[in-house]
Design a protein. Structure first.
Length: 343
């Protein structure tokens, strides 16, 4: 176990383990993501070593002195042809040595390999549909970049990658904008994670893609994945629970806001407004009646609306206040006290 600082979940404990490619990586014990990677490099170093080299020399039996010379005898079986004398010498030679050094680097590349291995355990061969590894890499970097700019959770990014893969294997990608489709998948993943991100917010600016282009690919994503509800649904029931959960409203306030929103839609009080702005204004109105202190800034942050738009829709709702409240409803704060401007 080692002490680390996980950039994804801020965990402080890690574990060392070999990766699929044989390298050693450090994973966060909390979220199991790769934090850093250890790379081993082999170096060839030449050092001088003393070696014992034998030198074989053939010498005659006797010296050249005449007094020791014996006339040769024919057919003498004991006549020697000479001694073989071996000498040895020490010499210095450059001999290679192999040493290993390790260095610790950031684990982004190893994390990318881990994500790719989850989707393509065979290395990307025999991919289903029209999806190929290049498109997957383009989508991966687009999702990671936009998520980093917006400060989204890592779980949303991984879910967006999975949505892109599922959509890409179910439909053709020819002549499709890969970055727009990846951004649409990130929008869907953010909404499922109840992140306060909408097309009207900064996600279009962060991705550098027009809102119409993202909306077109969101429809493609919805059709390919056969979602039970369209991503751009115009129903108050799609947006209201998510916004109320983000604002941590109780059930009474949430039910009142949902009722106000449904009445506005059914009676066409705000025909020029979209469901998100109506939901935000209904929540603000319900909070005023239930004495829940939620500022316009908090509501706008959760819904992705501007405060100017919220105030405009809120004033339109006040014009039909009597029709919006449920029958036999007793507000916690009287309307003349909650909305002193209208009295």
């Amino acid at each position: 176990m080692s002490h680390i600082q996980c950039p994804y979940c801020s965990g402080l404990e890690g574990r060392c383990t070999p990766s699929g490619s044989g390298r050693f990586i450090t994973e966060c014990k909390a979220c199991a993501r790769v934090v850093d990677e250890r790379r081993v490099q082999i170096h060839e170093v030449f050092v001088e070593r003393a070696t014992d080299t034998p030198l074989c020399i053939v010498t005659p039996d006797f010296s050249d002195n005449e007094r020791f010379r014996v006339p040769p005898l024919d057919d003498d079986p004991f006549e020697s042809s000479g001694f073989i004398t071996a000498f040895s010498t020490w010499s210095l030679e450059a001999t290679p040595l192999f040493t290993n050094t390790t260095s610790t680097v950031c684990g982004h590349l190893a994390e990318l390999e881990r994500v790719m291995a989850e989707y393509y355990p065979n290395g990307g061969a025999n991919l289903a549909g029209s999806l190929n590894l290049v498109d997957m890499l383009r989508a991966y970097f687009q999702i990671v970049e936009v998520s980093s700019v917006l400060g989204l959770e890592r779980d949303s990014s991984e879910h967006a990658i999975q949505l892109f893969r599922d959509c890409s294997t179910a439909t053709l990608l020819r002549n499709r904008n890969i970055e727009a489709l990846a951004t649409a998948a990130l929008v869907q993943a953010s909404r499922e994670a109840q992140e306060p991100r909408t097309l009207q917010q900064e996600i279009s600016v962060a991705a550098n893609i027009p809102q119409k282009e993202i909306a077109r690919h969101m429809k493609l994503l919805s059709d390919a994945l056969k979602l039970s509800q369209p991503i751009n649904s115009n129903s108050i029931s799609v947006h209201m629970p998510r916004f109320c959960n983000l604002l941590q409203l109780n059930k009474t306030t949430q039910d009142l806001a949902s009722h106000i929103g449904e009445v506005v839609i059914s009676k066409s009080f705000c025909t020029r407004r979209n469901p998100i702005s109506i939901s935000a204004a209904a929540i603000y109105l319900a909070c005023q009646l239930e004495d829940k202190r939620k500022t316009q800034t908090e509501i706008c942050k959760a819904t992705g609306l501007t405060e100017v738009t919220l105030r405009k829709v809120y004033k339109e709702l006040l014009e039909n206040l009597d029709d919006l409240m449920p029958k036999d409803y007793t507000p916690a704060v009287p309307p003349e006290k909650a909305f002193p401007v209208t009295t």
